[in-house]
Design a binder for this molecule. Structure first.
Ligand code: PEP
Ligand code: MN
Length: 339
């Protein structure tokens, strides 16, 4: 950590800051220039609030250098994490894995028709919500365990793995036999009790960025899961809320290379929730692969106009198949291939 004192800060103020840092466990290196003194503090733990230093008299700025997350940080595993799934599928290696399916599981017919289409186009994982976090309590909330049974059946039939969202602790044990990846939705990214429970599970977790979460907060949430011993965490950019209203969210493509710089965890892009508009999903999916995404999560519906949730952002099966063809061309240009 670097503490820059104000120009001409009094010696008593500098000494007070040094004492404070030493009490926190830091070793302090002092550098005194003609006007300004800068203190370099090394070695203390990670759990401190820099605002306590910023408030000391004579302090101009404080910069943290070491990251507040240890397990999720790049230095924990500089070579990167490859999350191994069943059937030889892995996320974080050379292959880009495409996960696709409806927003919600509505019926057997809807799910099987969509699963067949996405499998044929080359998806490896079937998505589908069984528990839906909806803004309105009057909107469709999901078919629960019945939906999970259908997901597993469709996944097995069309050789797709299965991902579905877990919304609360009480659902975890019930969901485990049905899914290959547990999804934590944007609204639950900081549900710390849920994250802690998922740390005890031995199944990969896809953790979505909260609608107003910084990347540091996303990584700290991943840290909650990893601190429990579950290192199979896959991160996901799904758009954040900004002042822009044209799209449902603002898809932060830069999150992909930033996460790859800060963390060893694989990074997914969800252009469906990221844009909220079917016509913008393919360009953002292409951009995500070009930017280094390890996986994509895309909503596809056999009849989007009749979807019970997120129809406007769901691709028609033909659009998805066309997109997969484009991704197969883009991936090799950045040294990857579509799984
Ligand atoms: C979803 O994937 O259907 C979903 C609800 O996503 P998010 O949590 O990103 O809104
Ligand atoms: Mn959705």
């Amino acid at each position: 950590m670097i503490v820059a004192m104000q120009d001409m800060a009094a010696e008593t103020q500098i000494q007070q800051v040094i004492e404070h840092l030493v009490k926190m466990g830091f070793e302090v290196h002092r550098s005194t220039g003609a006007r300004q003194t800068v203190l370099g503090a090394v070695g203390a733990g990670i759990d401190f609030d820099i605002r306590n230093l910023e408030l000391l008299p004579g302090v101009q700025e404080v910069h943290r250098i070491s990251s507040p997350y240890k397990l999720a940080g790049k230095s924990f595993r500089p070579e990167g994490t490859i999350v191994k799934l069943a059937d030889g599928i892995a996320i974080g290696g050379n292959d880009v894995v495409v996960m696709a399916g409806p927003c919600s599981v509505e019926s057997r017919e809807q799910l099987f028709a969509t699963a067949e289409a996405v499998a044929k186009a080359g998806a490896r994982v079937l998505r589908g919500g069984a528990f839906k976090p909806r803004s309105s309590p009057y909107s469709f909330q999901g078919h629960g365990e019945d939906a999970l049974k259908l997901l597993r059946e469709a996944g097995d039939k069309f050789k797709l793995l299965v991902i579905s969202e877990v919304m609360e602790i009480s659902q975890i044990a019930m969901m485990l036999p049905y899914v290959d990846i547990l999804q934590v939705g944007a609204r639950n990214m900081q549900n710390f009790n849920l994250l802690r429970e998922l740390g005890k599970v031995r199944k990969p977790v896809l953790l979505k960025r909260g609608i107003a979460a910084t990347l540091e907060e996303l990584l700290l949430s991943a840290e909650y899961i990893m601190a429990g011993g579950n290192y199979d965490v896959i991160l996901c950019e799904r758009g954040i809320r900004t002042f822009e209203t044209y799209t449902r969210n603002t898809m932060d493509i830069s999150a992909i290379p930033i996460i790859h710089k800060l963390s060893h965890l694989p990074m997914t892009a969800d252009p469906s929730h990221g844009t909220g508009r079917r016509d913008k999903v393919a360009p953002m999916a292409r951009a995500s692969v070009a930017a280094g995404a390890d996986a994509l999560l895309i909503e596809v519906h056999c009849e989007p106009d009749k979807a019970w949730s997120d129809g406007a952002q769901s691709l028609f099966p033909e659009q998805f198949a066309k997109l997969m063809g484009e991704l197969r061309m883009i991936a090799p240009a950045v040294g990857r291939k579509i799984a």
